[in-house]
Design a protein around this ligand. Sequence first.
Ligand SMILES: C[S@@+](CC[C@H](N)C(=O)[O-])C[C@H]1O[C@@H](n2cnc3c(N)ncnc32)[C@H](O)[C@@H]1O
Length: 301
Amino acid sequence: MGVEVLSALRPRPGGRFVDGTLGGAGHAALVLDASSPTGWLFGCDRDGVAVEAASQRLAEKFAGRFEVRRGNYADLAGWLPERSCDAVLLDLGVSSPQLDSPERGFSFQQEGPLDMRMDNRQELTAADLVNGESAEALAGIFWKYGGERESRRIARAIVHDRALRKFETTRQLAELIERLSPRAGRKAHPATKVFQALRLAVNDELGSLRRGLEAAVKILKPGGRLAVITFHSLEDRAVKEFGRERSRGYTFAGAVDVPELRLPRAPELNWVTRKAILPGADELRENPRARSAQLRVFERM
Ligand SMILES: C[S@@+](CC[C@H](N)C(=O)[O-])C[C@H]1O[C@@H](n2cnc3c(N)ncnc32)[C@H](O)[C@@H]1O
């Protein structure tokens, strides 16, 4: 969503921009190009391979105008001063190089270790969850992060099968799910939801998102822009929820908004567009993986 992201971030010479999910540095390069000759960009990614590739790509054309760091965007506020940036981009989820590398274990289509770590310095892998968690905990993960209706059945079958042989590969797990719920006319592969759920749990993606949104608000200057691209409803709901909460003129204690118990507070964000921005038809033709992308844009008050 290059065009949409640029119009959201409004890069200009002299501006300071942040890409919290650098990936292959596609968006970062667009922002640096559009803010030539003096725009500056801070980019980070949890994935060491991505950081290496992005640094090389950016150095070819934008030497001296960027800084790259390996780490979680949830920590942005520890690396950059408060109210110092003009725009922050978070393009969530996994990248094509991650999905297409069987050894990373993100894809059920290809045989690989059951890994799914974005940052391979982390200890916890998908295999640890699948082989170590109780049936109840696994069912909870599949339901909460994947909305998988067969969560209990799949979790029970995993616990049964792993007593005979531990789960080590992506295909081993995908085949168990195919056996339990055959594809029969369904568009999505039956393992889609379980794999999404494991990936979210292994990388604590929703926890990072919440902390990352809070960090982004801290480092943005008043008038600065926050753009977030989500790929599934759980992420989008979290971003919408955050936007609603920070654009209200009050807070409330507890889980329920009781008007009598509201505490006034200055709103921190404005919605730039109320509706999510979706990829155009041209982009969808070129990149079918963009079909579930949604862009939301906020302005720091
Ligand atoms: C969809 S890709 C980004 C692609 C990038 N916008 C581009 O133009 O090439 C998502 C990237 O975000 C990274 N990522 C996901 N969660 C992260 C987090 N909490 N902190 C830092 N990087 C993260 C992934 O490792 C992946 O490289």
